[in-house]
Ligand binder design. Sequence first.
Ligand SMILES: Cc1cc2nc3c(=O)[nH]c(=O)nc-3n(C[C@H](O)[C@H](O)[C@H](O)COP(=O)(O)O)c2cc1C
Length: 473
Amino acid sequence: MAFTDLRLFIDAAGGIGERKDIDGAHWNLEIGCITELMAEQDGPLLLFDSIAGYPKGFRIATNVIATARRFALALGLPVDASKLEILKTWRSNLRALKPCSPIEVLSGPLTENVLEGSQVDLGIFPTPKWHEHDGGRYIGTGDMVVTKDPDSGWINVGTYRACVAGKDRVTLWIIEHKHGKQIAHKYWQAKRACPVAIVLGCEPATWIAAPSAAKAGVSEYDYAGALRGEPVEVVRAPYTGLPVPATSEIVLEGEIPPPQDESEMEGPFGEWPGYYTHSGRECVVRVKRILHRDNPIILGNPPLLPITERYGIPLFAARIWDHLEQSGVADVQGVWCHCHTLMVVVSLKQRHAGHAMHALTAIAGMQTGASMYRYYIAVDEDIDPVDLKQVIWAMCTRVDPAESIQTLKSWTSDLDPRLSPEKREKGDFTMSRMLIDACKPFVWRDSFPLANKFSAEKREEIWERWMAKLQLK
Ligand SMILES: Cc1cc2nc3c(=O)[nH]c(=O)nc-3n(C[C@H](O)[C@H](O)[C@H](O)COP(=O)(O)O)c2cc1C
C-alpha cells in the first residue's frame, strides 16, 4: 500500500521507532551538521521545526530513507529483513512491476496556498545552508524537476540541485546529457523559455523514481506508479500546466530562460563523492508561482560523504545482479554497492576457473551512463557482500596482488575528485578501475586453509542457549 504523502511516511517512520523531531535548529549549518551527525550513526528520520527566524510549521525533513528499514518501508518491502534479503525481495518484485501512468485530479492539498506576482518570495522557506563551504542555500536537494518535451508531450522528471538566487530565482545545475537539459535546449532553440515545476517534498516512492534515468520518452511518473502499485495523483500546476503530485509539499513553478538571456554563478556545493568539484554559470528558473501546503515540509537530502548512507538499500545493486545473470554469470549469491557506487562487491559460488573475473569484467562493461566506479570485488559465497569487514578480510587473505588484480582504463564523472586539472581542462573524463578477485583460487580452493570461525549452525545453537544468560537480548 503506497503512502499518499510525505507526512504519512514520516508518521510511519515514527511507527517503526525511526523518527526524531527537532525544534529550534538554525538553517545556517546547524540543520546540515545535525543531519550529517545523525546519518553517520544510522539515526532516525529528522523533522526540523521552529527553525530559527522562521514561523513554526515551516519544516524540513532529512535522512528520510537513510536506513534499510525506512527504505524498505517506503517501497513496501519487509522492514525487518536483512539488507540482502530486502534487495532480493526488491529484485523479485521488480519482475512484476508494470508502468502505471499518473491520473489527474482536480485539486489537492498542494494548492492550499498559491502565491503569485509580488507574493512570490522564496525567503519564506527556511532553506538551509547545508555544508560549511557551500556557495548558497540549496532549497532543492531532494527535489523532482518536471519538464515537458515540446514535440511529443513526454513528461520528464529528474532530480537536480537548486539553489536560491533571489526572491523569485533559483539556479538549476542540469548536466548536459540529462533529459531535462535536452528538453530545455529544444525550447531555447525556438527562442522560448522552458516551463518547469520543481517539487520540493513528496511521498518517497515517487521521489525514488525521479532520478531513475527512465528512457527518453518514458515518464518517471509511470515508474513511480509502478513502484507505488497505484498511480501518482497529479494536479496541473496553474502557471505551466505541468503535472505535479497533488499531495506535494511545495512546488515552484516558472520558466528557464535561455542561458544567454540569464544565468547565474552556481556552486560550489558538497557533492555525493564527498568533495566540492563543480561550480560555474548555470541556468536559472524565474519563479512565477509558489504552491505550498499549510505547514509545508521541504524534503532535504544534502549530499554527505558516500561512506554515510543516504539510501538504506542500493537499488543499483539489483540492476548489476540482473546484468550479471543476463551476461551468463552463474551462481551469484549477492551484490552490494559500498561508498555509493564506488565499490561494488559480488559474492558467488565459483563454478570454474575465471568465474570471478568473468563477473568483474561483466560489471565493468555494464552500460550505466556517466558515473563513478572505482573497485569491483568478487568474493566467495561465505562472505556477505554487505558486510565490509568480511569483504576486507577476504581482500586481505585471499588476494595475491600480483595475480588477483587487474586495472582497466575506463570513463568517470566530472565529479571525480581524482581527475587531474589537465584532464579536466581537456574534457578527458577517463579514469582506471580496479578488478579484485578476492575469492579462493579456484584450482586449489578445496585445500585453502580452513577459516577459523564457528559454523552458522554452531553459532546459532550456542547463541540460543546463552543469549538470555548473557543478557544481550
Ligand atoms: C539526490 C540526487 C541529486 C542529483 N543532483 C543532480 C544535479 O544536480 N544535476 C544533475 O544533472 N543530475 C543530478 N542527479 C542525477 C539525475 O537526477 C539523474 O541522472 C536523472 O536520471 C536525470 O534525469 P533525466 O535524464 O531524465 O533528466 C541527482 C540525483 C540524485 C539522486
